[in-house]
Design a protein around this ligand. Sequence first.
Ligand SMILES: Cc1ncc(C[n+]2csc(CCOP(=O)(O)OP(=O)(O)O)c2C)c(N)n1
Ligand SMILES: CC(=O)[C@@H](O)[C@H](O)COP(=O)(O)O
Ligand SMILES: [Mg+2]
Length: 639
Amino acid sequence: MTSLPDTPILDKVKFPADLKSIEDRDLPQLAREVRDEMIDAVSKTGGHLGAGLGVVELTIAIHKVFNTPDDRLIFDVGHQCYPHKILTGRRDRIRTLRQEDGLSGFTKRAESEYDPFGAAHSSTSISAGLGMAIAAELSQTDRKVIAVIGDGAMSAGMAYEALNNAGALDARLIVILNDNDMSIAPPTGAMSAYLARLASGRTYMGFRDFGKKLTAYLGKTVDRAITRAVEHARGYVTGGTMFEELGFYHIGPIDGHSFEHLLPVLRNVRDNAKGPVLIHVVTQKGKGYPPAEAAADKYHGVNKFDVITGTQAKAKPNAPSYTSVFGEALVQEARFDEKIVGITAAMPSGTGLDKLQSVFPKRTYDVGIAEQHAVTFAAGLASQGYKPFCALYSTFLQRGYDQVVHDVAIQGLPVRFPIDRAGFVGADGPTHAGSFDIGFLSSLPGFVVMAAADEAELKHMVRTAAAYDEGPISFRYPRGEGVGIPMPERGEILEIGKGRIVKEGSKVALLSFGTRLAECLLAAEDLDAAGLSTTVADARFAKPLDHDLIRQLVRHHAVLVTIEEGAVGGFGSQVMHMLVNEGLLDGGLKVRSLVLPDCWMDQAKPETMYAKAGLDAAGIMKTVFAALGEGRTGVNAAG
Ligand SMILES: Cc1ncc(C[n+]2csc(CCOP(=O)(O)OP(=O)(O)O)c2C)c(N)n1
Ligand SMILES: CC(=O)[C@@H](O)[C@H](O)COP(=O)(O)O
Ligand SMILES: [Mg+2]
């Protein structure tokens, strides 16, 4: 007789409190249901799948044992939080993930009281958790704080700064190391090897052994100093772990998919831990969905897909992606110049450096999630005559900014910075938008700052950067496809600081920095039709500015509009500074500067975000008409 399908449990669990009435023995079924729900949802939305599949049991166990939201639960990066969102009152909205007006793809304070800290950039959870743990101690509450951090996120220096401080403070903080032996790509670095030794070298600790061990640890003395000395001595005898040396009570490895392991360990820690504890949990990224388990990337980030086959929907590209153009152009230049090396911070495929890695593996370095180190590592290479391309997303370059200033710019070292994901990125929302690099780089003396207007320009900029050895140089380009123009066989070397006129006009001048050029050309057509003859220029450089070009535009036009995919303080600000100081505004020229809005724009399609920001053709036209005081707002006003 076939067994009746189990009565759905997930329908009875809207919030973690509902877990209290679910028997431990029924949790594996709940895990199956959460997994099915998540797979179905992400098959419709796309998003981060593998990481969440790997923490279904862990998430259920944490919410079962601890008293969230009063006990604080922080997910590092937060891309694995979909099971958490399903179990914390957001199941009904889970199919709005990463869409306009939908749920964020990461944890987000404004979204739920169960998200005590926002994430998306990695390796922040232990620091934030320590802050909350100390706050709990200062306010003398019994609140527990749990930080869940992945093995990849443990490759960033910030995680060790936090471990170091937590150990010193002897803070009551619970760190759960979710070790699935994966980052986005297979992990790199000695830490990854160390964790692998820990995970394989020590047999899984059953909860009975752990219970004896922890009771012995706690029962032995009330004086933690003596306890820690004993622990330290034990470390010397039994080869304690790095975490114990830092003052953490290290438990594990335990099986992160076994409730028999998870529940008693978490309950023991909840009831008995008095200081920092690190629980080493071994999981499988993509667990429970065979297409994800079989995939090299474990379906880290997926498009919409067919649940049965796992086949992802792939829109037919109209043009190559900027990332692929960069990757291929760099391989081409590397063939000509053996001094060219590539550096990525755990994102070989995202940056396109996987292409260099496949052709020149010994000239490509994946340093792990370590942008600060990546920048200064590149500076070290440049100081010895190499030509490092330190390829980072704009948003992740922010993490290495002091290194850019202190180790690269002040020393004038010729590090090349390919900056991908410039401007709005769409589904990842404000945490990943590439908004600030124009400003924070063009303010640095001696930096050359470029932006590609299209994929052909990007190819020129790769060649130009390879040839430029006078100091640091950056070039930015957006996520997604190019505009579909013919590509040169090889890029040309651009004249540093020189822009170009793309379309001649006589009344309005649109000066674009980056890929808004296409929208400028569309706007120019309609402006011409409205009797406003329009020049369109591609600045190419935010630093050094093309002063001759700008003076020429000022002399022969009544309106000058600058436009960029960056926040205020970038290209437009550089131009305004020049105009003011050269007295070029004294003649009544009407000048406007179009930039990203001064707010954190939630996720939507990039084109929708740019339209909302007034950075599309309609917005450009509206700006021109307003500047001329003509009150017209778009094509229909042209009549
Ligand atoms: C500072 C920073 N750099 C890069 C990334 C891109 N990134 C997102 S998730 C990830 C890998 C995280 O690996 P791990 O912590 O092991 O989590 P898993 O996906 O394995 O669950 C990376 C590199 C990021 N979010 N933040
Ligand atoms: C979670 C994270 O930070 C990365 O997975 C990021 O979402 C990748 O962005 P792209 O999809 O633009 O490569
Ligand atoms: Mg991992």
